[in-house]
Design a protein around this ligand. Structure first.
Ligand code: F0G
Length: 458
């Protein structure tokens, strides 16, 4: 029964989001051959007959049941939901690191700080390579291998390259990484190296790397694994499906996502819209997208022209994962904002650093780009867009250990020294815990312990 459902419903077609044309086959750059806009995957069978339309009751039970299975395709938290994904004739063909199945945490400390009764974090940093990218990579890398490609490639601010390199290696393919020199955290760079990628540090920013790669893929037989690849977004959809399963199919009021190249917000929005269309859920959460103020093209686009024309910016932020000035999936993200009633917000470097430490203090932790969610949420609560009694989920996109340099700089207190944010950064003092260098003596340690906790003074 299982495979019948998946193969039937998995018949897909590629549809251009600009001119609406249906393409047989994607070009190397995943852009529409007629108008150059992005492509999106559709499942025509979902609209034609009840037999090929995923049935919520059957599937919720089947997906739950698969959690007890030992098959790789069921152990993966992406492929467990394969009826919502492009199909494979033989499930042995997929490349999986048992991605997804990520935790949903309650965040009591952050809830208090934000002024909410309840706040949750879906931690996509708990994926095999430490970021949400794995959920999309398992799908798109599998499609690349099925297509006979020997090489895959991406431009990246770090996480995509780490994930791509891992899945390529697992699938017996070579990988080419283009990253902006000096702007990718050591953790992410070292992953790409370890997984065997040919790693090129280009003397430009992410947007420049993307431009170069687009030219490379037109000339060479390499498969593009950036999020313009619509198969990646299909895999990333499953975070929303898994979240709904964790919420017992009752959507929260708000989902808050960081925005970089805007693939992830687009993927999550697509998932919620599809789940609503198919009857898995009856309401939509408002999906809001937060950017760093120094890398805010979507915020400006929404505020200055209502989402009609992209306003590119020269991006600068220490949250290097989202240091992107010209996001590829901006149109898809605008559609998600409009369809779900979400909003956009921007946050300062100091606000990001504070929020990251607050998420850490809840015993969770994340990388800087993920922390924009909490920083933005605080503003949305103050503005009244999020009400104190509403349920909110932050999507934490990357693991704390992705960027330890940022964390160390923060706690040592030298992050904003000598910058124009120095004064604003005063509020960070209460969160900073610099490492303490001591003589190797019991007395010194006990004195420090008592200084940290007055109640130990007896
Ligand atoms: N958070 C993290 C940790 C990221 O690595 C990224 C993007 C985002 C958020 C933004 O997601 O691009 O889908 O809007 N990182 C990409 C990369 C660009 O190359 O790793 P998005």
């Amino acid at each position: 029964m299982t495979d019948q459902i998946s193969l039937e419903s998995a018949l897909t077609q590629l549809h251009c989001i600009g001119c609406g044309v249906v393409c047989e086959k994607a070009e190397q750059n995943f852009r529409c051959a007629s108008c150059g806009d992005l492509l999106e995957i559709e499942y025509p069978g979902w609209n034609t007959s009840a037999a090929t339309r995923p049935d919520p009751l059957t599937l919720r039970a089947l997906w739950r049941q698969r959690r007890t299975s030992g098959l790789p395709v069921d152990e993966s938290g992406v492929w467990r939901f394969r009826e919502m994904l492009p199909g494979f004739r033989d499930w042995q063909e997929i490349i999986t690191l048992r991605e997804a199945n990520t935790p949903l945490y309650e965040m009591p400390g952050c809830a208090r700080i934000a002024g909410l009764q309840q706040l949750y974090a879906k931690h996509q940093g708990m994926n095999p390579t430490g970021s949400f990218k794995d959920t999309g990579m398992t799908v798109a890398a599998s499609v690349a291998r099925r297509g006979g490609f020997r090489w895959v490639a991406c431009a990246s601010t770090g996480n995509t390259s780490a994930s791509m390199a891992a899945y390529a290696a697992r699938g017996g393919m070579r990988s080419l990484v283009l990253i902006p020199e000096g702007k990718v955290s050591w953790g992410k760079l070292s992953q790409a190296l370890d997984y065997g990628a040919v790693t090129c540090q280009l003397k430009t920013d992410f947007d420049g790397c993307m431009r170069v790669l687009n030219e490379v893929v037109q000339r060479m037989p390499v498969y593009l694994l950036n999020s313009v690849n619509p198969y990646r977004l299909e895999g990333q959809k499953t975070a929303a499906i898994e979240l709904m399963e964790q919420f017992v199919w009752e959507p929260p009021d708000h989902v808050i996502v960081p925005g970089g190249n805007l693939g992830n917000s687009s993927a999550l929005g697509k998932a919620f819209l599809e789940m609503k269309h198919l009857g898995f859920i009856s309401t939509l959460p408002k999906i809001s997208i937060i950017q760093a103020a120094g890398a805010n093209p979507l915020v400006r686009t929404m505020r200055e022209n209502g989402g009609r024309q992209l306003i590119s910016v020269q991006a600068e932020t220490a949250a290097s994962a989202i240091r992107i000035g010209s996001p590829a999936s901006w149109k898809k993200a605008v559609r998600v904002l409009q369809a779900t009633g979400g909003t956009v917000e921007e946050v300062s470097e100091v606000e990001i650093a504070l929020a990251k430490a607050e998420i850490g203090a809840d015993g969770i932790g994340c990388e800087p780009a993920s922390a924009v969610t909490l920083a933005g949420l605080k503003k949305l609560v103050m503005q009244g867009f999020v009400k104190p009694g509403e349920s909110v989920v932050l999507i934490l996109t990357g693991h704390l250990l992705k960027d330890p340099e940022f964390t160390l700089k923060f706690h040592r207190g030298d992050m904003f020294a000598g910058t124009e944010s120095e004064k604003e950064a005063d509020i960070l003092r209460f969160q900073q815990r610099a490492p303490i260098v001591l003589d190797a003596s019991m007395d010194a340690v006990i004195r420090t312990l008592k200084e940290a906790d007055g109640r130990l003074e007896t």
